[in-house]
Design a protein around this ligand. Structure first.
Ligand SMILES: Cc1cc2nc3c(=O)[nH]c(=O)nc-3n(C[C@H](O)[C@H](O)[C@H](O)COP(=O)(O)O)c2cc1C
Length: 381
């Protein structure tokens, strides 16, 4: 009777070990026992599906896994005690079902070419089951089922069937190959890396233009003033147009500097008022305020040259905003004076900012300059 029991036990052990198609041979005391599934080999010889299942492979760095991790996969960390093996899971049904369960603890043992352990049943698509693996693959082997991380023997792996690829490790293969023994591996979703503060910052275009600061009647003649441009039936200031092109190219918001009191509709009266404000050092009150200044690291500043200087509401803007540590890219529109001394003035007003003379545009030809302005923005982002 005892003999009969022993025989049954031996048969069971043999059958079980033959089923370990996914787990290779257990590595014990430096010795390797080779177990292959004859059934799997036969299938391969018949020309069944095997090994490289259409995966994108990398061949340049032999230290790294062969399968290129899919873009946008789910990053995981697998804790073998203190050692973290990072990986990426793909978007197969099987991987998705596993991701739903995370975090989990998965028991695995070291075999000749993998870390493998019996796992919970997961759904899989029949057409995704194949033979073989690429070194570095994380597979679900449907036969037990097993969770397995395969890091060696890619070249001879086609004898092992039942493989559904669910991901890839993303560290050098030798890091996992150096581990020995059994582990209760904690598998967790990896925390998304915090991007450095600086890269989260944005840019903004701040501009002052005569049009927004003047209550023009609706039927104003677009050609009656140098500072007015007709654009698809709308009337826009030259600085405003430049600002819109910059915002379009940089993909950022615009902020219009608006004085509380508007300027006269009559051009000459505006010129006079601007001269008086300048000689008296007036700082007109503003009705707009640039909020959340901290969010921005670059300010594109656009304004018209008024009497060889910044319009006084732009001084008010500098009074209201501390642009220390930011980049200020300056664009000026004019009728012949160019930047005048505006760059030096801005440097004095914002000594801790990085002030750059970008482009000056003649008001009369502003519509021809869209390409030049956008190109400057692209090249200086
Ligand atoms: C009050 C005032 C002062 C100006 N002073 C100058 C000047 O000193 N030099 C110059 O080249 N253009 C001067 N201009 C012309 C404007 O800079 C030019 O028309 C500009 O393109 C207008 O831009 P905007 O439409 O955005 O207001 C002045 C215009 C105004 C209204």
């Amino acid at each position: 009777m005892q003999k009969k029991l022993l025989l049954i036990l031996m048969v069971t052990v043999t059958v079980l070990s033959l089923c370990l198609a996914g787990c290779g041979s257990k590595k014990e005391q430096g010795q390797e026992k080779t177990e292959t599934s004859s059934e799997a080999t036969e299938k391969t010889e018949e020309g069944n599906r095997f090994a490289k299942d259409g995966a994108d492979m990398q061949t340049e760095d032999p230290a790294m896994p062969t399968r290129i991790p899919m873009e946008g996969g789910t990053k995981i960390n697998m804790y073998f005690g203190d050692k973290v093996i990072p990986g990426v899971l793909n978007d197969s049904d099987t991987a998705k079902a596993l991701i739903e369960k995370l975090p989990i603890t998965q028991h695995v043992s070291r075999y000749s070419h993998d870390f493998c352990g019996v796992t919970e049943e997961l759904p899989y698509k029949e057409e995704e089951v194949h033979y073989g693996w690429l070194n570095g693959d994380i597979d679900y082997a449907t036969d037990a089922p097993y969770f397995t991380i395969l890091f060696e023997d890619e070249d001879t792996s086609e004898q092992y069937g039942n493989q559904v690829n669910i991901g890839v490790i993303t560290c050098p293969l030798e890091e996992i190959a150096a581990l020995e023994g059994d582990f209760d591996v904690r598998i967790e979703l990896a925390e998304e890396e915090e991007k450095p503060e600086q890269s989260k910052k944005k840019s903004i275009v701040a501009y002052f233009s005569r049009v927004g600061n003047t209550d023009f009647p609706e039927d104003v003649d677009a050609s009656s003033s140098a500072s007015i441009q007709a654009d698809d039936g709308t009337i826009k200031g030259n600085a405003q147009m430049i600002a819109e092109w910059i915002a379009e190219e940089a993909g950022c918001d615009t902020f219009e500097i608006l004085a509380k009191d508007t300027y006269p509709v009559d051009y000459d009266k505006t010129v006079e008022q601007a001269r008086d404000e300048q000689s008296e050092g007036t700082r007109p009150a503003l009705k707009t305020e640039l909020e959340n200044l901290d969010e921005y690291d670059t300010v594109y500043l656009v304004f018209p040259n008024w009497w060889g200087d910044l319009p006084m509401p732009v001084y008010s803007f500098f009074d209201a905003c501390d642009l220390s540590g930011k980049k200020i890219n300056v664009f000026v529109t004019h009728e012949g004076s160019g930047f005048s001394g505006t760059i030096d003035t801005i440097k004095e007003l914002e000594p801790k900012a990085e002030v750059t003379e970008a482009i000056d545009v003649r008001g009369g030809s502003v519509t021809e300059e869209e390409k030049t302005i956008k190109q400057w923005v692209t090249e200086n982002q």
